[in-house]
Design a protein around this ligand. Structure first.
Ligand code: TRP
Ligand code: ZN
Length: 885
């Protein structure tokens, strides 16, 4: 918290560190009402940084300095300068050892950054700038050091003491205390430091590396969760094997540990050899975690494990390069998940998420490039743009270089930069050097914010048997005011004949046709590609697999979209055609609603979905995806001015019609899959995720008919299933139904049964917060009084407040502004408790430009009220001030 306005820092001001830290020796003495941290830093002048001995400025925040010693010399306050963010010293030699002791208060740390307590255990979160809340240090990723850590704590309360690397010693200490020392042989920046102390139990396993050596694997949890670790352990072993096979990367220490904690700001953290996870991303078993949760655990375990190479062995030079590790690692975990499950379905989910949320960010006040030029608070830049768009940028590199070239590039990158802190340019350079490609223009993806538009038109020359596609790209202005130059946009595409087969693609200027699907590289503002040797006008299938993060438009009519839905050889584009058809139909309904007309639904949508539903050859997961209409948030994103009520009414009407008109087919597919679920025990595999996904979407449609037999089926499923996927779906279906007595009874039974499982209670909160039944805000306010709710736990905040403001759009955007006022009050309260969580909950208010004038005024008024509410954290200040600029 500060009174002066926080200042921005700029990439252009980057300077190499003036001093380096070769060795870091830490001793932690943990007590119930304070912690003592002793740091011994073996330091030297950075030879790469000019002459002389400049002042040494160490980062430090909220530290009570107890002593400072330079080599053998104890310093007195006149020897150094101390302020709220730093300690300045004046070394007199090129090499020296610095000893400091500080007192900190993890027991009252609610920001969950630095050393803090989650329940009864101590844990750390140092990325991005949390280490400076532990001790005075050069807290920047280009200062890498070897760490030795000793932890001393009461034996009885904290039998397990962990840190990075290998255990090298332990033993008893005075007063019922004990100690343990850990040594991490790999150089690392401070943001990868971790410490854990608690009464933890572990599940153990081992993995044999390709080279033959064994790694001990341990997942530490509180004892009641020992039975929920197997899925994470299996996922970890799969990840380790996959990284060996696909990237040639082996694990490098003899032990790999994961610790699950309940209070955590994000999903998980890749600390060297000691990953710390939000318990929601580790714990999973049939009875308590949904299929989606199982898949999330698999993906996050893989993500953090993959960071061992993309992030830890090769790290970031500065935080502007965050996407170097995050974009690349998201790409790696997405490919892993695609290989473990259905690749097409994974791609569909990721693209739907990107287009709904990252595109909205890119069009809002916090828009920034994949490599930002400036920031006020780095914690605000763990964004969808850095992660998801960053991953798309890496995917495009692979598309342009081909899988083999990409692997050569990644091999060179890891080999060349092992042990270094590098930049996004270094990554691209390795890709270029390994393949001879020129990615100069491609690098605009790193520096230009905003989502490019790609408008495509066609021309058919019957006589010459030529078909041409003209691409026009543009990029809307973003708050940085930067001029937008053309991007390199890889467009994977094919041409379909009248029977729906892919045609050979013969580009003008080439000797012969080359394949039936290929990647066109669009590099100019306007560019035409001519295809020859065609006997009839083809139908194009564009941007297959979503080969670039752009908004593509092509004037398809509805019959053509229905044709693509059935015949496109690219599974992603079959889904995409269905989405475009649904968008066209829904937009028509939205306009009818706005004109006050009765709804008239284009029967072709029902016909198309009926065909999908009846197609037994289609992967059930694909059927489920194709049956899901574009969400209200996506319809908002693609609207010029979003009419919340019209969007909701239109989508509801379409869903209702689908339910009624496809009732028989939905019922058949529900029954068939429920029968399998009933007769076989739960299996967490892609095949069963798919099957249950279809079963459950069918049930949610069926309930819209309000028929008594559907209610009976829902109650049967709720009561007689062996897994959370079926139980939670049944609950959600009841919560969104008009059957209020059954709904209340189910909610109560569920809460009674699961009251001791906080992750399940999160689901219970979310299902209610997301219900679009009237009176949403009052319900959420009442739930905040529930004994299982607390603002101090980020998972609870996300489950209740996040779900309400992010998913329950009709209620949150109530015309009287009550939803906005509620959220602003909460952000003001959270700002003092946990700035990162406060700032993230703000996102829905930052989208004010999307709404009508009345709502805009209300939303801006609330943002202003937050700004005027007193001392703001830099996190909240940055988002609010940029939103009002
Ligand atoms: N590096 C982590 C990841 O993506 C992100 C992370 C975990 C994080 N906890 C954080 C970022 C706290 C900022 C603050 O895997
Ligand atoms: Zn990450």
């Amino acid at each position: 918290m500060r009174t002066e306005q926080p200042q921005a820092i700029y990439l252009k001001d980057y300077q190499a560190p003036e001093y380096l830290i070769d060795e870091t020796h830490l001793t932690f003495e943990l007590f119930e009402d304070h912690t003592l941290v002793h740091a011994q830093l073996v330091m030297r002048r950075n030879p790469a940084h000019g002459d002389g001995l400049p002042a040494l400025v160490l980062d430090g925040q909220h530290l009570e300095l107890l002593s400072v010693q330079l080599d053998d010399q104890a310093l007195s306050p006149s020897d150094y300068q101390l302020d709220a963010d730093s300690l300045t010293l004046h070394p007199s030699a090129e090499r020296f050892t610095l000893d400091t002791s500080v007192r900190i208060h993890p027991e009252s740390n609610t920001a969950l950054e630095g050393l803090y307590k989650s329940g009864k255990m101590f844990c750390t979160q140092c990325e991005a700038e949390g280490f400076r809340k532990i001790t005075y240090y050069l807290d920047r990723p280009d200062v890498m050091s070897v760490f030795t850590t000793t932890v001393i704590a009461e034996q009885h309360r904290y039998p397990v003491l962990l840190s990075n690397g290998n255990p090298v010693g332990s033993g008893p200490a005075e007063d019922g205390r004990h100690w343990a020392t850990w040594e991490d042989p790999f150089m690392k920046p401070a943001y990868l430091f971790a410490l854990v102390a608690g009464d933890l139990w572990c599940v153990e396993d081992s993995f044999t590396r390709q080279s033959g050596r064994e790694v001990a694997l341990r997942i530490y949890v509180e004892p009641e969760n020992l039975d929920k670790c197997e899925h994470a352990m299996v996922s970890l072993k799969k990840s380790m094997r996959w990284d060996e096979e696909v990237y040639g990367r082996e694990y490098d220490l003899d032990i790999f540990m994961i610790v699950a904690v309940n209070d955590f700001n994000m999903g998980a953290m890749e600390n060297k050899g000691l990953n710390i996870f939000n318990s929601s991303c580790v714990l999973a078993r049939a009875e308590t975690a949904t299929d989606a949760a199982h898949q999330r655990v698999e993906a996050v375990v893989a993500h953090e494990y993959f960071h061992n190479w993309s992030g830890n062995r090769v790290t970031c030079r500065d935080w502007f390069q965050l996407s170097l590790k995050e974009g690349f690692t998201v790409f790696r975990d997405a490919e892993f998940s695609a290989d473990m499950n259905s690749a097409t379905v994974k791609r569909i989910e990721d693209v739907a998420y990107l287009r709904t949320h990252q595109f909205a960010e890119d069009a809002g006040p916090m828009a920034h490039p994949v490599r930002p030029d400036s920031f006020i608070e780095i914690s605000n830049f763990y964004t969808l743009t850095i992660y998801e768009k960053g991953s798309e940028v890496v995917r495009m590199v692979r598309t342009l270089l081909g899988a083999e070239g990409f692997r050569k590039g990644s091999d060179l990158y890891f080999e060349r930069h092992d042990g270094q802190a590098v930049t996004c340019d270094d990554f691209i350079q390795a890709m270029e050097d390994a393949t001879g490609a020129d990615l100069t223009q491609f690098k605009r993806w790193y520096v230009q914010a905003g989502t490019p538009r790609l408008a495509v038109s066609e021309a058919w020359d019957e006589q010459a048997q030529r078909y041409s596609l003209t691409f026009r790209q543009s990029c809307p202005a973003t708050p940085d005011g930067r001029e937008k130059l053309p991007f390199v946009i890889p467009v994977e595409m094919g041409l379909l004949d009248a029977a729906g087969n892919d045609l050979p693609l013969h580009l003008q200027g080439e000797a012969a046709a080359q394949g039936t699907t290929r990647v066109l590289s669009v590099t100019e503002a306007e560019q035409t590609f001519v295809f020859e040797g065609l006997t009839a006008k083809p139908l194009p299938s564009l941007l297959r697999g979503f080969s670039a993060p752009v908004k593509l438009s092509f004037p398809y009519d509805r019959d053509q979209l229905m044709f693509l839905m059935q015949h496109d050889s690219d599974g992603f584009n079959r889904w995409e055609a269905g989405q475009q058809l649904a968008v066209q139909v829904l937009q028509e309904l939205i306009e009818q609603h706005q004109r006050g007309e009765a709804f008239h639904l284009d029967p072709r949508l029902i016909a198309a979905l009926g065909t999908v539903l009846g197609d037994e050859s289609l992967d059930p997961a694909m059927v489920a995806e194709m049956l899901s209409l574009p969400g209200e948030a996506y319809l908002t994103e693609i609207s010029e001015v979003a009419d919340v009520d019209a969007i909701h009414a239109a989508r509801d009407f379409a869903r209702q019609q689908i339910a009624e008109q496809l009732h028989t087919a939905l019922w058949d597919r529900y029954q068939a899959n429920r029968e399998v679920s009933r007769s076989t025990p739960y299996v967490a595999s892609a095949e069963h995720f798919a099957r249950r996904g279809l079963q459950n979407i069918a049930l949610s449609y069926l309930m819209l008919t309000g028929k008594p037999d559907v209610l009976a089926a829902t109650l049967e499923q709720f009561e007689h299933c062996d897994n959370m996927t079926e139980r939670l779906t049944a609950l959600a279906v009841l919560v969104n139904s008009p059957f209020s007595a059954e709904r209340e009874q189910a909610l109560q039974a569920f809460a009674e049964h699961f009251k001791d499982n906080p992750l399940v209670m999160d689901q219970w909160f979310s299902v209610q917060a997301a219900s679009t039944q009237p009176g949403g805000l009052a319900r959420v306010k009442a739930l905040m009084q529930h004994p299982a709710f607390t603002l101090k736990n980020p998972n609870k905040v996300r489950a209740l407040i996040g779900a309400f403001a992010g998913q329950n759009l009709v209620n949150f955007h109530a015309a009287d502004g009550s939803g906005y006022r509620f959220l602003a009050d909460l952000v003001i309260e959270l700002n003092a408790l946990n700035p990162q969580i406060a700032s993230r909950q703000l996102a829905p208010l930052t989208r004010w430009r999307k709404y009508d004038a009345a709502r805009q005024a209300l939303m801006k008024g609330e943002l202003q009220r937050i700004l005027d509410s007193g001392a703001l954290s830099s996190d909240v200040y940055e988002v609010v001030s940029k939103s009002l600029a």
